[in-house]
Design a binder for this molecule. Sequence first.
Ligand code: PHE
Length: 346
Amino acid sequence: MQEELNKIVAGVREKAPQIATRAEFESYKATISGPKGSLTEVMKGMGKVPKEDKPAMGKLINEAKTAVTAEFKAVVERLEAAELAAKLGPDIDPSLPSPDLNRGTIHPIAQVRDEMVNLFRRIGFSVAEATEVETEHYCFDALNIPSDHPARDMQDSYYLPEELKVGNVSKHVDEKYLLRTHTSTVQIRTMLEEEPPIRIVAPGRCFRRDTPDATHSANFHQIEGLYVDKDVSLMDLKATLDHFVKTIFGPKAKTRLRPSFFPFTEPSFEMDFFSPDLGKLSNKWLEIMGCGMVDPEVFKAVNIDPDVYTGYAFGMGIERIAMILQGVDDIRYYYQNDVRFLKQFA
Ligand code: PHE
């Protein structure tokens, strides 16, 4: 049997390179591995092999099969290449790169988003997501945003028609739906799903009814951060943000927190930074995010005991960071899909 197999493999090795057409290949292949092919016949003979010889024979047959398959594969590849060359004619070499190769690149906003997310991942944050269509409850109420807050006005946010229901949200189906105005919604959804300790960043798209100008777009991106555990303090927030700024804008950058107000953090701050290496923007305090300690009212809305846990949250516009980093002075460039603009960040 072994001899038989060796003969078959040797025969295939000799014949395969001479095959010139597909028809020839198919009929030759049938004589080897077709129902009455020589290799098939050998395999059929396995039944008569004594039991103790079966493993060794099986191994030989498999080796022969592998060798034959490789030869056949090479024939098909050779024939296909020849067919393509015949179709293209002698002047075209399909293995050369295309002369007008227009490869896409990562969008500049996505580049900055990824850089920020990776930075936070390295210090123990994981990435969380939630929907862009939200209920008023998750966008506002659970975040302690009062009913007379301007963002709740139809003029300031994009509301969906009331008969629209989204996803499998069942608790608040009577509520109004809108496109989320900030990524702070992810704070609520994460805290409802996970037990502390929670350490997440949530990059995503947000929507506000702004009139587009150099610094406003109705559709923009934010990245949210949330850290909830026992004994999380303002010092943790400040250290984390300091690390963020120094990593993104360079070790000479400085940060400061300025008192501010958000309904879902107490105390609340705006964080500014300052860098001597920012071209036109050097040596000026630039405001880049809102932040603060999670308000106890927010913890109550998600059934976390504010006497046991504390936390910090921050949120910033990705476009704002990108514009500073990339020296872009009009936010609208990011959405026009002008290749001349995009190529500069390739
Ligand atoms: N959600 C706030 C905004 O869009 C930013 C923020 C997030 C502030 C988290 C504090 C904490 O302006």
